[in-house]
Design a protein around this ligand. Structure first.
Ligand code: TMP
Length: 395
């Protein structure tokens, strides 16, 4: 693994602090966020991982149902899955608050969600939910009860698990002979193209590329038979995977097409990551300059969408509560809390909180379209957004 980026001392993203925690003598935990590239497997990953138990507990705040974009994406996918694959039983690894699984019949779906606060939500809705980490022992437990799982789906989850070989071994163990695995995660090429270094934080152990997924699958006698590009999470890839032995499904020409795109981009070359590091450093300085020049002119700045991604940006660029007055967010478990590391207060979203504000830092840049549509009035009144993607800019 060759290191190419150091994003400095970072707190745990998604560990929003209550007032009590903020004032407590117990020090907030930090780690050094370093990122590397494996020349052989082509995997990009963070180098010093944090234990899953510390990250995914009974207070995990992220809710996939909080944005219309994600709700629509899951709905559309559920229609497609039912039509194309007609699964008898679907297993979702990392079911969060059930935004995808709710589109399936309760007797045809299984959820795996280690965060107990989220698992509670799907359990309450009547879905069989295992509130456990995905591993071989859970796979064994599931297989002993359910013989034929013909579709496994996992979005923004497998990239959070350190031991990928164990993850895919366990998947292969429960997946039926002609079963299909669908995974989706942020795309490395999009992350590199947009200088979206905030895709890196303690939970995102990996940022996958098609080439790295193809290499990984080979080890498990699995293969990618289709790929789809998605707009979600700032540009994601959805990989459709089957057993090599399953000849019923043909390999779509998209696989080679997108692989060629990655190779043309030199995603397999270390030099690409060195260039990325240089762009990240420029991006940092530009963003700092924008904030400082606005503050010098006494402009009032708030943040919109207290994302885990923005935790990386704000801590890396050292933008704190002296610069951003507060964040607004709709997520219940984030509001009335403080941003990790920078301690910027998060208020429950209300449109009035945007009154008399000059600039808004777009923490949730991946929902730019949805947010701009919602905040037409703010823009019309002369309000402006600050975004660091693809380059630090005032929009
Ligand atoms: P994510 O980028 O990690 O998916 O998080 C998006 C965050 O932005 C999440 O905390 C919800 C928040 N958000 C709002 O507060 N209002 C909105 O209109 C949208 C789209 C997101």
């Amino acid at each position: 693994m060759k290191k190419f980026l150091n994003l400095g001392k970072q707190p745990f993203a998604n560990k929003y602090l209550s007032k009590k925690e903020l004032l407590s003598k117990k020090k907030e935990q930090f780690y050094e966020l370093q990122i590397g590239f494996d020349v052989k497997s082509k995997l990009v990953s963070i180098l010093n991982t944090v234990s899953s138990k510390k990250m995914f507990d009974n207070k995990y705040p992220y809710r996939s149902s909080m944005s219309l974009t994600m709700r629509d994406s899951f709905k559309e996918l559920s229609v497609f899955i039912k039509k194309k694959f007609k699964p008898n039983l679907i297993l979702e690894i990392g079911s969060n608050d059930g935004s995808l699984i709710k589109h399936f019949k309760k007797d045809k779906a299984l959820c795996v969600e280690p965060c107990k606060n989220l698992a509670k939500i799907t359990k309450k809705k009547g879905f069989k939910t295992y509130s456990e980490y995905w591993n071989k022992s859970l796979a064994k437990k599931i297989k002993s009860k359910f013989k034929k799982i013909d579709l496994i789906y996992s979005a923004n989850t497998l990239s959070h698990i350190p031991n990928l070989d164990s993850v895919f071994k366990s998947i292969s163990y429960v997946l039926s002979e002609n079963g299909v695995l669908i995974i989706e995660d942020p795309s490395l090429m999009e992350c590199l193209k947009k200088t979206a270094y905030d895709q890196f934080y303690n939970e995102h152990i990996y940022v996958f590329s098609l080439i790295s997924i193809i290499n990984l699958m080979k080890k498990h006698n699995l293969e990618v038979f289709d790929v789809k590009k998605l707009k979600t999470h700032g540009g994601s890839m959805r990989y459709f995977i089957k057993r090599k032995s399953n000849k019923n499904l043909r390999i779509n020409k998209n696989v080679q097409k997108y692989l060629n795109e990655e190779l043309n981009f030199k995603i397999d070359k270390f030099e690409t990551y060195i260039k990325f590091r240089k762009r990240v450093e420029v991006s940092k300085q530009k963003l700092i300059d924008i904030f400082h020049s606005l503050k010098k002119r006494n402009k009032k700045i708030i943040g919109y969408g207290s994302t885990a991604k923005s935790v990386t940006v704000l801590n890396y660029c050292k933008i704190n509560n002296q610069i951003i007055d507060y964040f607004v967010d709709t997520t219940p478990d984030k509001t009335n809390k403080y941003m990790p590391g920078t301690h910027i207060y998060i208020k429950k979203y209300h449109k009035n909180l945007l009154n008399n504000i000059d600039y808004i830092f777009l923490g949730a840049w991946n929902f730019k379209k949805e947010i701009f549509k919602k905040e037409k009035k703010f823009i019309k009144k002369g309000g402006r957004f600050i975004s660091h993607i693809p380059k630090p800019n005032i929009i």
